[in-house]
Design a protein. Structure first.
Length: 134
């Protein structure tokens, strides 16, 4: 991509951070994470299939990404956000844009965790940071 606009890869990365507020890898991770969240909300595919289809690779990489970004596991996310009625279909998760905006503004915070390492349920609001948009 850098060659297309006649700049170095490093300079393109700096331009991306300036314009988007995230590194290219952070942005790619958020896009992949959102795709995985949508798939978890809409279906019952195995985690390995979801990871592969989202470009994450393996189910272990998917678990690491979920732990790092959401403080939970893909399986727990699926259980918490499984669609309530058969006609529902998730296309976007609003927390991705909110998180991206917070990162750009320097306000991104890690999820609150309990002493067991699980995310504090009071910080896990379906309609807010981690929820599926129905």
């Amino acid at each position: 991509m850098a060659a297309l606009i006649d700049v170095s890869a490093r300079h393109l990365g700096r331009m991306f951070v300036t314009d988007v507020g995230l590194t290219p890898m952070q942005y790619v991770d958020l896009v992949r994470l959102e795709a995985a969240c949508v798939m978890l909300c809409n279906g019952s595919e195995p985690l390995e299939t979801i990871a592969r289809r989202c470009g994450i690779g393996t189910s272990e990489s998917l678990r690491r990404l979920f732990r790092r970004e959401l403080g939970t596991t893909p399986s727990a996310y699926r259980l918490h956000h499984r669609l309530r009625s058969p006609g529902d279909h998730v296309t976007r998760t609003p927390w991705v844009e909110k998180t991206a905006s917070a990162v750009r503004a320097g306000r991104h915070q890690e999820p609150t965790r309990s002493s067991t390492g699980a995310q504090d349920p009071s910080t896990y609001n379906e309609g807010e940071h981690h929820g599926c948009h129905h």
